[in-house]
Each structure stands twice: as structure tokens, then as C-alpha cells.
Design a protein around this ligand. Structure first.
Ligand SMILES: O=C1O[C@H](COP(=O)(O)O)[C@@H](O)[C@H](O)[C@H]1O
Length: 326
């Protein structure tokens, strides 16, 4: 799509979000488009329910080679895991853009759409190469459907909003149709916003926009996820009972250990139903949970990031600082 045909909204300056949102949860019959809604080395994994394929570190991410292996897992499923280590976060972001663009092309060819889930945090900055040439023009953004793996229960123009972060760093630069951007309804309580988002997802499953796994759980084409220094993913924190949630697709937390306290989040059944997950981790401050997940590091408890085990493929994008303990 030519860059001249992009329909970009202005950055948020007021409390009015660029995507029209109802003041309260809309009934399910409202059309979804109107809803608110260096060198290579090989590692072995200590994680029992995952296989690991390879680590490749390089200045030129186009040239890394990955050995792929598959192993059985406890739930008769195989998670194919790839680990890529880059000399810099810059090189990581180049590779992440290619990874995402390739998936976009393949899914759009295969089924005519691409369902993408993003986290907040540092992930959004690492997506910066995707909004540059060649991908800005080669990706068919009109087929993208965007979701959030977690969101803080704040207005969309609040500095803590994951939506605002994504808008400023990504959405404002690409012509994804506004009706394909599924933000949470920020006019609701945490509990109601989680229910509302789950209803939105159900509606899209019903419409065939979101695929499902054999068990009927939404199966997003890709989740692009960051990880906190404590090993949290989405708003699923170490030791929290929500790690064990099995029934809900979207839930809420009111006492997040990381501010702000009120958040909504996808649960592990949905996260692990994904066709692809990219875990994007940069910086020495995250070396410990990476060591625990991929090396022989230990923690007093199972970290949320260790519970990421998708039905499809898991790819770790690490910079060398995050991988420094491996
Ligand atoms: O609070 C959150 O933190 C995590 C990790 O953020 P990062 O800045 O350390 O990468 C993020 O993935 C999540 O979406 C966000 O709500």
C-alpha cells in the first residue's frame, strides 16, 4: 500500500481517544468495528515441557541459522522453541520486523487476515523497524486486526495506557483500519472491562476473524510479548493466583505489584493457544528470568514467562545483555 494512502490519526492530546468508544459496554450485537474495544551457539533447555532449537547471535540477523527440533510436551503438544540472540537491541528490532512481516504475509495469503496481539512496555519500541521501509509499504495493513495482551485500567490518553504507548509508537504510523483495532473500554471498571473484552473476542471468534484451537479457545496468529525483570508477562505476575486461571479468556487484577494496580489481561489458556509467540527481551536487568527460563538459573518459584508454551511456535528475541547469563 502506498504510503500516501495511509490514514493516520493525530497523536492524542486530550482525553478523547482516536478510536470512538462507547461510554459504557455495548451490547454484543453492535458491529465489532464500532466497539471499544555475534557467533552462533547451541543451547539445551532445562525447561521440561519445551524443546529448544538454537541460539544464533549475529550482527546480521538475516544470516543467522537456526536448528529446529521438536519435543513432546506434557500435554501431548509440542512447543517449537527458537532462541535468537542479537548483538544489539537495534539488530533485534530489525529481525523482529522481518519475523512479523513474514508472518503477516503468510497468514494473509492463507486466510485473508492477520490477528496480532501486543503487550505494552519496551516491546512497542522494538517494533519501530516495522513502520519503516520496506515493511511500511509491503505489509497489507488493511488485513491486520490488533489486540492487547494486557491493559492498564486508565484513560486512553493516560501515560500508563498500553494503548497510548502503542498508538504513539506504532498505530499512528500504519494504516490499520480503526475498526480493526480492539482496545479495551476505558470507561468501565477493571472487572467489567475484562468481561467486555472477552465478549469482544467471542464476537470475533463467532465472526471468524479470530481462529480457534481444537478446544475452542481463541488462537491468535501472533502474540508479540515483552517480559518484566521479575519474569512477568502480560499482567500475570509471579506467585499470583491468576497464573492458574483456566476458564476465563480475559481477567482482571486490582493489586498489580507493578503500578498501576488495576489491569486486565489475557490468561494463559489464550496466550498458550497462539499460533506464534515472540518473547522480546532486551537489557541486563532481564538476564535473570532469561537465565531461569532458558539456562540453568533458578528462582524460588516458577516464573510466569516459564509458563509461556504455545501450541504453535515460540521465538525468543534476546539482545546480548538479556542473554548475558546464558
Ligand atoms: O506492565 C507491563 O510490563 C510488561 C513488561 O514491560 P517492559 O517495559 O519491562 O518490557 C509488559 O509486557 C506489559 O504489557 C505491561 O503491562
Amino acid at each position: 500500500m502506498a504510503s500516501s494512502s495511509r490514514t493516520l490519526s493525530a497523536p492524542l492530546r486530550t482525553r478523547t481517544p482516536p478510536i470512538p468508544l462507547p461510554s459504557r459496554s455495548p451490547p454484543s450485537w453492535i458491529p465489532v468495528s464500532n466497539r471499544s474495544f555475534g557467533a552462533s551457539s547451541l543451547l539445551s533447555s532445562t525447561q521440561p515441557n519445551n524443546s529448544i532449537s538454537a541460539i544464533a547471535a549475529t550482527h546480521n540477523p538475516q544470516k543467522f541459522s537456526c536448528l529446529k527440533t521438536k519435543a513432546s510436551t506434557s500435554a501431548n503438544m509440542a512447543t517449537e522453541k527458537k532462541v535468537q540472540v542479537f548483538d544489539s537491541e537495534e539488530a533485534l528490532s530489525v529481525a523482529l520486523a522481518k519475523y512479523t512481516a513474514d508472518l503477516s504475509e503468510n497468514f494473509i495469503k492463507q486466510k485473508g487476515s492477520f490477528t496480532v496481539v501486543v503487550s505494552g512496555g519496551s516491546l512497542i519500541k522494538s517494533l519501530r523497524k516495522l513502520v519503516e521501509a520496506p515493511y511500511i509499504d509491503s505489509i497489507d495493513w488493511s488485513k491486520w486486526h490488533m489486540f492487547w495482551v494486557d491493559e492498564r485500567v486508565v484513560p486512553k490518553d493516560h501515560p500508563d495506557s498500553n494503548y497510548l504507548l502503542a498508538f504513539n509508537g506504532f498505530l499512528s504510523k500504519v494504516p490499520i483500519p480503526p475498526g480493526n483495532i480492539y482496545a479495551i473500554n476505558d470507561a468501565l471498571s477493571a472487572e467489567a472491562a475484562a468481561d467486555d473484552y472477552e465478549t469482544c473476542i467471542k464476537h470475533l471468534v463467532h465472526n471468524g476473524i479470530i481462529s480457534t484451537s481444537e478446544t475452542g479457545i481463541p488462537k491468535f496468529d501472533v502474540m508479540l510479548l515483552g517480559m518484566g525483570p521479575d519474569g512477568h508477562v502480560a499482567s500475570l505476575f509471579p506467585g499470583h493466583p491468576l497464573l492458574q486461571e483456566k476458564n476465563k479468556w480475559v481477567t482482571f487484577i486490582k493489586e498489580s505489584p507493578k503500578p498501576p494496580p488495576e489491569r486486565i489481561t489475557f490468561t494463559f489458556p489464550v496466550i498458550n493457544s497462539s499460533a506464534n509467540i515472540a518473547l522480546v527481551v532486551a537489557g541486563a536487568g532481564k538476564a535473570h528470568p532469561v537465565h531461569v527460563s532458558l539456562g540453568n538459573g533458578q528462582d524460588s518459584e516458577v516464573l510466569p514467562v516459564q509458563m509461556v508454551s504455545p501450541e504453535g511456535e515460540l521465538t525468543w528475541f534476546l539482545d546480548k545483555d538479556a542473554a548475558s547469563k546464558l
